[in-house]
Design a protein around this ligand. Structure first.
Ligand code: LLP
Length: 431
């Protein structure tokens, strides 16, 4: 089979991909379980498969990086909102970063301490703000109207709110434009030139307590220098806000690091590299907030498919799988690369394939131009690093059902979300 770029060898025929997944004698394992055996046991295909050990290791990497710093790790729930995984994260003492009222309610159900959660968003509704104020969630002010809505809510509930101001540091994150969010023309955050207007409004309002500043440059960032540049700029803003008489000392630097989707040997910085790059800037009065999603959950999962068939048209070869853009849209939407491997030995002729799903449009692909051996029908195939923004962005397009999710803990397999059925869908029309 074509070689995955493996980070090390554990001995004859045993390769470590990362903590949760490894190859042994040509078969992919998730922790102690052979993925092929899991595929046989799970009668439905495709499905998502997670490693608990990998999740714990990823969270721990941030936790360790932040020892000796006052900090909140706010897991970005949008990356993956499986309730069972959220419960695991809350039990590790993670905070949560929310972008909707539903995410807030789910976080409550998952047991997060809502005092250590943050509500983000450029279009928060009054209902969402009410929930946030009632539960003491930190709220980011995103615009003039957003501030007015927060004020309206606190007044109506006669309850105070702790708020941060979302500022665009205008540092280029060097990522796909769809996931770049901190430039000055972004739809998020306030116009920086208007900062004093916001300060005056907050000063006049007894129910608002300005606790800090927030920024989010973008997602998939792989250079710590970018975080450092933004932190310096944000600290300048924070100091000038403090000079105006506010005791704001929460510095929220937004989302976390990118991950190693490409597996081509590039060195990806660790949470310790990231935090060390800004450590000297953080004085004791500061509470740092970081909002990682992808780097906590991304590499904890693979998306497991079966090969439906192989075909050739013109000069193109295709592997057709049962999974598609409906269950995993990142390649189609962002032209994102996610590594693809077989879960078992395959020794067919090596060709360059597009790996495509059954959905009726040409944008439906999981990977392009992958050099792989020709697989027989029914072969198991995985899309790697599928924990973040994959199941969470799945849809019912072509009336495909959202796939089930399974979690491995050592040698134990648990279903953590059942498959959606046509019955579930039809019930929406019982009106
Ligand atoms: N905080 C804020 C305010 C965010 O907007 C995001 C992600 C995060 C934190 C988490 O960032 P992370 O640590 O995951 O990089 N669907 C896209 C990603 C969109 C990210 C949006 N914001 C994808 O599949 O790549």
């Amino acid at each position: 089979m074509v070689l995955f770029l493996r980070s090390g060898s554990l001995g004859r025929g045993v390769y470590l991909l990362q903590m949760g997944f490894h190859y042994k004698d040509g078969y992919l394992y998730c922790e102690e379980l052979k993925v092929k055996d899991i595929q046989e046991e799970v009668s439905y295909s495709p499905f998502y498969l997670y490693s608990l050990a990998q999740l714990e290791e990823n969270y721990d990497a941030y936790h360790k990086a932040l020892t000796e710093i006052n900090a909140i790790i706010g897991y970005a729930v949008k990356a993956n909102n499986n309730l069972s995984l959220l419960k695991r994260l809350s039990s590790l003492d993670s905070g949560a970063v929310l972008v909707s009222g539903n995410e807030l309610q789910l976080s409550l159900a998952a047991g997060f301490d809502l005092k250590r959660t943050i509500l983000n968003g450029n279009g928060k509704t009054l209902e969402e703000l009410s929930l946030a104020v009632e539960h003491g969630v930190l709220i980011n002010i995103d615009s003039e109207f957003d501030l007015q809505h927060i004020q309206q809510t606190t007044k109506q509930l006669d309850q105070p709110a702790n708020v941060l101001i979302r500022i665009n540091p205008d540092v280029d994150p060097e990522v796909h434009p769809y996931v770049s969010t901190g430039m000055k023309n972004s739809k998020f955050g306030i116009r920086n030139e208007h900062l004093n207007w916001f300060l005056d409004e907050i000063r006049k309002d007894d129910l608002l307590n300005l606790v800090g500043v927030h920024c989010h440059l973008g997602s998939t960032i792989k250079k710590v220098r970018i975080f450092r540049d933004a932190t310096e700029i944000m600290l300048d803003f924070m100091r000038s806000i403090q000079a105006e008489g506010f005791s704001a000392n929460y510095l929220n630097i937004g989302g976390g690091l990118g991950i190693d989707y490409e597996r081509d040997g590039e060195e990806i910085p660790t949470p310790t590299d990231l935090i060390n790059s800004i450590r000297e800037l953080l004085t004791e009065d500061i509470t740092l907030i970081i909002e990682p999603g992808r780097s906590i959950i991304g590499n904890t999962a693979v998306f497991v498919n079966r090969v439906t068939g192989v075909k050739t048209n013109g000069n193109k070869h295709f592997i057709v799988t049962d999974g598609s853009m409906a269950e995993l849209i990142r390649p189609s939407l962002y032209d994102a690369y996610q590594h693809i491997e077989f879960i078992e030995p395959v020794d067919g002729k090596i060709e360059t394939f597009d790996v495509v799903g059954p959905v009726c449009e040409s944008a439906d692909f999981l990977g392009k131009e992958r050099v792989l051996p020709t697989p027989p029908e029914g072969t198991g195939l995985v899309v790697c690093d599928a924990g973040a923004y994959c199941h969470a962005m799945s849809s019912n397009y072509n009336l495909k059902m959202r796939p089930p999710e399974y979690l491995v803990d050592g040698d134990k397999l648990t279903c953590i979300r059942r498959v959606e059925t046509l019955g579930d869908y039809l019930r929406l029309f019982d009106v």
